[in-house]
Design a protein around this ligand. Structure first.
Ligand SMILES: *Cc1c(COP(=O)(O)O)cnc(C)c1O
Length: 215
């Protein structure tokens, strides 16, 4: 079941698009089914749950934090997390840098950009993002590497609106990446909208329910 879903999704994605299997709330046995089907990149939205699962899973899994990041939780994932998608403030970025230094690591992160119309979704606007990247504080951070941008479209059936939001994020990504050569990841697209996201230029999709079933 999980193996079949994974195979179907993978075969629908271009080779250069990374599939993050979003396994939040799902038990390790289900993650292991995906692992045995070849999946190595898993996304979680709670630090404690990710750490618990990481301790039980093989060491070649890449763990991505896709949820909103609280400053006081960064230290618990700093030793092992591969990519933090949801960085949306200087404060969090500074804490990630500090904890990465303690672990002798260079931590890859994405900046989360607010593209949806809903008030509740986290993220920076374009000017806030530019201000962070242009700051002396960021320039002085030795242990953090901004690898790209992440965004979530509005929760709507209006595909034109979703397309506008993804296209907007892609344009910010292209503009920014011209100045920051470390950037080559654009994380956008979930179960309901990943095909649209890929057609708008996403190269990393975060898919949960279409692989593991509803939560
Ligand atoms: C839960 C979650 C996903 C996956 O959602 P599905 O609709 O189950 O594919 C993707 N991105 C983020 C940030 C999430 O929190």
């Amino acid at each position: 079941m999980i193996a079949d879903s994974l195979r179907a999704i993978r075969s629908s994605l271009p080779d250069d698009v990374v599939l993050v299997a979003v396994s939040k709330t799902k038990p390790v046995e289900m993650l292991m089914q995906a692992y045995d089907a070849g999946q190595r990149v898993f996304g979680e939205n709670k630090v404690q749950e990710m750490a618990d699962k990481a301790a039980q899973m093989p060491k070649d899994v890449e763990w991505h934090m896709i949820g909103h990041v609280q400053t006081n939780k960064v230290k618990y994932m700093a030793p092992f997390v591969s990519l933090i998608h949801g960085v949306d403030s200087m404060k969090v970025l500074a804490e990630v840098d500090k904890q990465a230094a303690k672990n002798n690591r260079i931590q890859d992160v994405l900046l989360q950009i607010h593209i949806a119309t809903e008030e509740t979704k986290f993220g920076l606007d374009k000017d806030e993002m530019k201000a962070i990247l242009a700051s002396g504080e960021f320039a002085a951070m030795k242990n953090v590497r901004v690898r790209g941008l992440m965004g979530m479209a509005s929760f709507t059936d209006d595909t034109q609106q979703i397309t506008r939001e993804f296209t907007y994020l892609k344009s910010i990504y292209d503009q920014t990446r011209a100045d920051y050569p470390d950037m080559n990841i654009l994380s956008m697209g979930m179960s309901g909208d990943y095909q649209l996201a890929v057609s708008c230029g996403s190269n990393m999709v975060r898919i949960g329910s279409s692989i593991f079933g509803h939560r």
